[in-house]
Design a protein around this ligand. Structure first.
Ligand SMILES: [Fe+2]
Length: 243
């Protein structure tokens, strides 16, 4: 059933694209179907004999906190696993995590994520929401589909904090919108532990150091450099659950 929902979600997303900006796309008349491949995913090994996942969210078993949408959301971002353009200025960052159902305590395998953020100078790819960028010009914003185990991962750079007037600054953050059949749409943001602007942020996270929106990253050394790695698990509320 979960697999069916996942397919439905992906179909819906791509049909939406086809009906919009790509309504004129057609498959080459000479194209033939891709041969079926063996099922290679390892979802079964991820579960114990009772069907219970062998890992749990990095944070607490509680629904992820909501946060503001902000003025810079644009629908219809491209599906890709890298938020920033190749060699974009900034500190490389990899964020990974799973989407979980609070009701089932199992991964949600049918989620679609919107992720968007500022660049290394605290700038978005557009300043006026009424004049959004053309699809080909989208920068620092993506959509993702999670895998069979609810897992997602993307590469980006750490966004800079930015001023919002009145002497205030928003802490470094990454915007999320998560949608999955059977679950409430969640709009939220990811923050970084130790950010000095968290204490004075008047819009976003209200949970302070204990918020489930604040993550700790670790430095990973690789040949030729290093990057920061963080885990941001998200727990969704069922549409039939109220708190
Ligand atoms: Fe923002």
């Amino acid at each position: 059933m979960a697999d069916f929902n996942r397919r439905q979600m992906i179909q819906r997303s791509f049909c939406g694209l086809a009906a919009g900006a790509f309504g004129t796309l057609t498959l080459d008349a000479k194209a033939t179907p891709t041969p079926e491949t063996p099922d290679v995913h390892d979802y079964e090994s991820f579960l114990d004999k009772k069907g219970i996942p062998q890992v749990a969210p990095a944070g607490k078993w509680e629904p992820s906190f909501k946060d503001i949408l902000g003025p810079f959301y644009v629908p219809g971002a491209p599906f890709r696993g890298k938020v920033t353009a190749p060699l974009a200025e900034g500190d490389p960052l990899v964020i990974r995590g799973r989407i979980w159902g609070f009701d089932t305590r199992k991964p949600v395998s049918s989620a679609v994520l919107d992720v968007w953020q500022a660049d290394a100078h605290g700038q978005y790819d557009m300043n006026n929401p009424k004049n959004p960028p053309a699809w080909k010009d989208f920068k620092n914003r993506i959509r993702l589909v999670v895998d069979e185990t609810g897992y997602y991962e993307y590469e980006t750079i750490k966004p800079a904090a930015y001023g919002i007037g009145g002497g205030q600054s928003r802490p470094s953050h990454i915007h999320y919108m998560i949608q999955a059949p059977g679950y409430k749409k969640l709009i939220t943001q990811l923050y970084f532990k130790g950010d000095p602007h968290l204490k004075t942020d008047s819009f976003g996270d209200k949970g302070g150091a204990n918020s489930n929106l604040v993550i700790q990253t670790e430095k990973v050394k690789v040949k030729g450099g290093s990057y920061q790695l963080g885990t941001f698990d998200i727990v969704l509320e069922s549409t039939t659950t109220s708190f």
